[in-house]
Design a protein. Structure first.
Length: 390
């Protein structure tokens, strides 16, 4: 994680859930018929967006009912990107605009999201800007107020010269990321028209809150499980289960860090599932240990633990192998969030299986030897006194 921070700039590969980004909802209908909605394969939408060069996008089915009660099968697309242009595309577009308006004595060209700010000595008309942006592959939105007479809104501001500097400060807006995605999806599916139903950005501050809440959820789960074990068994068992849980969580997070796999809210859900699976396995072992401690009172505690582990070992291996096979298929054939969840489960099943055997029981033994073995202090003191008299 610390190497990732130095090399990549972040500890983990956080998704839009934690870093912020953009989220869109699209609907699909037959070509030329806006009321005839169609269901589209999410794999085709994902492939189209990936082909367009965005490998951070998450695509999932998104259904809702219209006012007539008909179910519309749409698609939700989430990406880390905030604007239509990447940093390199902005640099290329800036160079192209500076060259196109060199005769107008351009002073500065800058970008903020999907808006471009141009400062020139001579006025740049909407048509000229539209042609210049089109030459660099961008489509400009109509300027607010440009279709009205007299001009109002942004169009009027663009045509107003600054009397102090004798410069025009103009603002133009290109079509956003939702329009780009709609276009690449429509190109991939020529018989389908794509409608943007919803489009909004997720701020980094909201993502940071989600990340902190996810971390709290892990600690709350561990605390409540420890309380359950302390009540269900006794306090000797709880630290071993908590050690196994912490170990499993750290190992899964470490696997995400090493492989640079995306960490989303689904990953947090998978991590909580891993913790639950690990505790379930540990509790079964502890339950057999507790039973044998009453049945095998003539044997040492170490031998009781060994017998208990051997009795549940086959059960643990079969349960873990069955679940691993299921999630492995999800990992191999799944995509997107399903694959992300399955990856965490695959790692968690492996580490959870051995931690329940090699971490939790040994810590129980250490606690038992340290605080629960030997006679009470008063009797021990009496025994020492008798021994000294002899």
């Amino acid at each position: 994680m610390f190497v990732n921070k130095q090399v990549r700039g972040d500890y983990l590969n956080w998704t839009i859930d934690f870093k912020g980004g953009s989220e869109f909802v699209f609907a699909f209908n037959k070509k030329g018929d806006p009321k005839a909605y169609e269901k589209v394969d999410s794999a085709k939408v994902r492939a189209a967006i990936l082909k367009a060069g965005d490998d951070t996008a998450e695509v999932s089915d998104y259904n809702w009912d219209d006012k007539d009660g008909n179910t519309i099968h749409g698609m939700q697309v989430r990406t880390k990107r905030f604007g239509a242009l990447t940093k390199k595309q902005q640099e290329d577009a800036t160079a192209a605009l500076e060259q196109a308006f060199a005769e107008k004595n351009v002073q500065k060209v800058s970008w903020s999201g999907d808006r471009v700010f141009v400062r020139t000595k001579q006025l740049v008309t909407d048509q000229e800007m539209q042609q210049a942006l089109a030459s660099s592959g961008q489509e400009m939105k109509p300027v607010e107020g440009s279709d009205k007479t007299p001009h109002q809104g942004q169009a009027k501001l663009n045509e107003t010269i600054n009397n102090d500097t004798q410069e025009y400060n103009e603002t133009f807006t290109i079509k956003g990321l939702d329009a780009q995605y709609a276009k690449v999806i429509a190109d991939q599916l020529p018989d389908i028209d794509v409608q943007t139903i919803q489009s909004y950005g997720v701020g980094a501050k909201a993502g940071e809150k989600l990340r902190n809440d996810g971390i709290k959820a892990l600690f709350y789960a561990m605390g409540l499980i420890m309380l359950y074990l302390a009540i269900r068994f006794d306090i000797r068992y709880a630290p071993g289960a908590v050690l196994a849980m912490i170990h499993d969580a750290l190992m899964v997070i470490g696997a995400f860090a090493i492989s640079w796999t995306e960490v989303s809210l689904t990953s947090v859900a998978a991590l909580l599932t891993v913790i639950g699976f690990s505790v379930n396995d540990t509790v079964i072992i502890f339950d057999r240990m507790r039973e044998n401690m009453h049945k095998l009172k003539d044997k040492k505690i170490e031998r009781v633990v060994e017998i208990s582990l051997n009795e549940v070992l086959v059960r643990s291996i079969l349960t873990s192998a069955t679940l691993f096979a299921t999630t492995l298929m999800m990992n191999v054939f799944g995509t997107g969030l399903v694959k992300n969840f399955a990856f965490a489960m695959n790692v968690g099943i492996i580490v959870g299986s051995y931690s329940s055997i090699f971490l939790a029981p040994p810590l129980f033994l250490w606690i038992h030897r340290r605080w629960y073995m030997g006679p009470p202090p008063a009797r021990a003191r009496k025994a020492r006194e008798l021994a000294s008299e002899v």
